[in-house]
Design a binder for this molecule. Structure first.
Ligand code: ZN
Length: 97
């Protein structure tokens, strides 16, 4: 419970920085700004996830856009007419092996 709360608090500023506009509690909202950048049609409801897409997500979805630069990388998938953006802030890779 405590960790979920903490995770939520950490994700909120990240989302606000990355993509203007509020997301609902499920992480979804309607695209109003920078829609082309995200590969999402204007006024299209879509969802943000701050993690890597799961193999199943990739398998059953169409890749709409893949993007990365020094600061961010994301992939936008279309799954059953739902747009989902999986976003990972670029971090120095920590080799855990
Ligand atoms: Zn969005």
């Amino acid at each position: 419970m405590k960790s979920t709360l903490l995770l939520g608090l950490l994700l909120i500023p990240l989302g606000a920085l990355a993509h203007p506009g509020r997301t609902a509690s499920d992480g979804c909202h309607y695209c109003r700004t920078n829609c082309d950048y995200w590969g999402v049609p204007h006024n299209q409801r879509h969802c943000h996830y701050y993690e890597d897409p799961k193999p199943e997500d990739l398998k059953y979805s169409k890749v709409i856009k893949k993007y990365s630069d020094d600061e961010t990388s994301f992939v936008t998938l279309l799954h059953d007419s739902t747009y989902m953006t999986f976003e990972q802030p670029q971090q120095k890779k920590v080799d855990s092996h």
